[in-house]
Write a protein that binds this ligand. Sequence first.
Ligand SMILES: [Zn+2]
Ligand SMILES: [Zn+2]
Length: 111
Amino acid sequence: MARRVSRRQWWRNYRRYLKSEAWQDRRKKLYRDRDGRCEDCGRELHGRYHAHHLSYANVGSEPLHELRLLCEDCHAKRHPRRRVRRPGKRGTLAAALGVLLLVSILVLIVA
Ligand SMILES: [Zn+2]
Ligand SMILES: [Zn+2]
């Protein structure tokens, strides 16, 4: 994926990539590679899994070691800034928007 793109264009490309067959293949490969278990908590995923990017440097041709196979809960923990509840803090509009963003990303990834 080209590097010199605007942030907005990058996200557009990224979302398109997440729908691509190439990405679906890579996710399946990752699932088999990690024996269908969440790498953070070890639970069996039974086909419902998230692929988390440790790095976005090679999106489009990322090696498997740049990805983590995670359950939904552990994936949410990997994105703490988008978390729903923060200890000691009331929900804010920003948090609500963050949740919306996270949910839309999850839908894209799981679908
Ligand atoms: Zn987990
Ligand atoms: Zn992630």
